[in-house]
Write a protein that binds this ligand. Sequence first.
Ligand SMILES: [Zn+2]
Length: 255
Amino acid sequence: MPAQTKLFPCLTDNYGVLLHDPQSGATAAIDAPEAPPIERALAEAGWRLTDILVTHHHGDHTAGIPALKQKHKCRVVAPRNEAQRIADVDETVGEGDTVRVGSLVGRVIDTPGHTAGHISYFFPADKLAFVGDTLFSIGCGRIIEGNAEMMWDSLLKLRNLPDDTRFYCGHEYTAANIRFAKTIEPDNKALAARAQEVETLRAAHQPTIPATIGAEKAENPFLRADNAGVAKSVGLSGAPAWKVFAEIRERKNRF
Ligand SMILES: [Zn+2]
């Protein structure tokens, strides 16, 4: 049976998301920005929390863990390389490890850069990816603990997922990301079409995610640093892709 998901806002601009296995009844929260909206989402869906899958140690992804753990006795799975910075961890995972949520089988992908130990979770049967603060729709996370080369490699791993993979990220930043992306690729038609779509969604207070990897490949400048037109646009024709990526990230930091 296909996995079910439920997306809901948390804090100011974070997203919480639940992943549910209808066969076993297992439900995972992907990160835990704060407990109350997760409790509400569980109650609305009639699901029982069995697992929390953590992408990285930042407080806006982990602050809800202790309260949820205490109430639901759920398993907490966290990135091996930063588990010591996360409360109540039961199991640590890294690149290539398998994580099960009931009968759903996920694979862990190391995606460092935003934090040094950041991981993403990919569920191939349902083509669902949970990417935390590594990839955003039309954007990417800030490089806080890593470097540009590391972040570019992480983004390439996510870009290599099947085009019809739907990915969930940690924040609703899409509209602002599009304003920036247009400065890099003003003539990108796919991006212009997406801008329209996002404007409509946001006007109706709807989320812009999940987005697909295939669409991001055409629209997201951070995944297009090895595109000749993008390199030229930032004055770095012929430079290694990670340097083009670094320049785009720098420009976004100043935008
Ligand atoms: Zn973060």
